[in-house]
Design a protein. Structure first.
Length: 55
């Protein structure tokens, strides 16, 4: 597994799909990303994602 720290593509450059997972921390998210890249044979980007609190 190759891990890099950016640069990240801009949203308009996003061509594929995406996965949203619930992970306890970045290490857990990277472990899932590694499993997915093994299955699909392509690199993926891991970014944090969170919901805005209700107004």
């Amino acid at each position: 597994m190759l891990t890099t720290d950016g640069p990240f593509a801009e949203s308009r450059e996003h061509l594929g799909g995406f996965y949203i997972i619930a992970a306890d921390d970045l290490d857990a998210a990277l472990a899932w990303a590694s499993k997915v890249t093994d299955l699909i044979g392509r690199p993926i980007e891991v970014r944090p994602f969170w919901d805005e609190p209700a107004a």
